[in-house]
Write a protein that binds this ligand. Structure first.
Ligand code: SAM
Length: 236
């Protein structure tokens, strides 16, 4: 029988934030796949390390981030073929992913090219934005409040002044390269003091919570996220 592909979220970094279900899956599947960077490193593997049995076959997968679409697609297809090969041999495969597998995750790229007959199950993970809110003690939404989640691309930065009065909370992922532009846009909208920057949420030794207004301009790690309080806060 064909195997099952599990998309397994391992949480934002603290291994204690992995779920029991994720740990169970890793204990029981014969093949564990994960994305590796150019140096062969994998953050998800690092987080899940204690739950990967020595008997597991590991499948490191490379996904190109090239600006060339063809190049990106070909690495996705290659990853899907390697995973499908295992599934067709009847082996279950767990693809581990940092945070949640359905939120800004490479797992979604893999899913998009898997054959339609593939059997897939998703094990959700604690996402970095809730870990960041916990670290900053930043309440996200209550009652009828609205929250928007976006990646910090050029379009997002240009929308901030419109979103500030529309949403009680704005969550920005992938802010490390655009933090100056974001700070400037928030400053112009009079909302700089409402933004909190969280680096390495849930990591015991690296986690840092800073008001954006106090940020010293130093380069940010990839694992940085911004929580912004909107300007028209409805009281509950
Ligand atoms: C490819 S996305 C992965 C998101 C992940 N699937 C999730 O559910 O959190 C990477 C972005 O998530 C955010 N991120 C992930 N882990 C983080 C952490 N521990 N602390 C702060 N931001 C984090 C950063 O904005 C980073 O650029």
């Amino acid at each position: 029988m064909i195997g099952t592909l599990y998309g397994v979220g391992v949480g934002p970094g603290d291994p204690q934030l992995m779920t029991f279900k994720a740990a169970d899956i890793l204990r029981n599947v014969p093949v564990i796949a994960y994305v590796v960077d150019d140096k062969g490193g994998s953050f998800a593997r690092q987080v899940a390390a204690a739950h990967i049995p020595p008997s597991a076959v590991e499948l490191p997968l490379h996904f190109s981030m090239s600006p060339q679409r063809e190049r990106r697609l070909s690495t996705r297809q290659n990853a899907a073929s390697l995973v499908s090969e295992q599934l067709l041999m009847g082996k279950d495969v767990a693809f581990i992913t940092e945070g949640d597998p359905l939120l800004y995750s490479t797992f979604q790229h893999l899913l998009s090219v898997m054959p339609p007959e593939a059997r897939v199950e998703i094990c959700p993970g604690v996402s970095s934005f809730t870990a960041a809110a916990a670290a900053a003690q930043f309440p996200l939404a209550i009652e009828n409040q609205r929250m928007v989640i976006a990646a910090a691309d050029e379009d997002t930065v240009s929308q901030l002044d419109k979103w500030l009065p529309q949403f009680e909370v704005i969550v920005l992922f992938k802010v490390h390269r655009r933090i100056k532009e974001i700070a400037s846009a928030l400053g112009q909208a009079g909302a700089l003091s409402q933004a909190v920057l969280i680096q390495h949420a849930s990591s015991a030794d690296k986690s840092a919570v800073t008001k954006l207004a106090d940020w010293d301009g130093s380069a940010l790690p990839y694992f940085s996220i911004l929580l912004i309080r909107g300007t028209e806060n409805s009281s509950c």
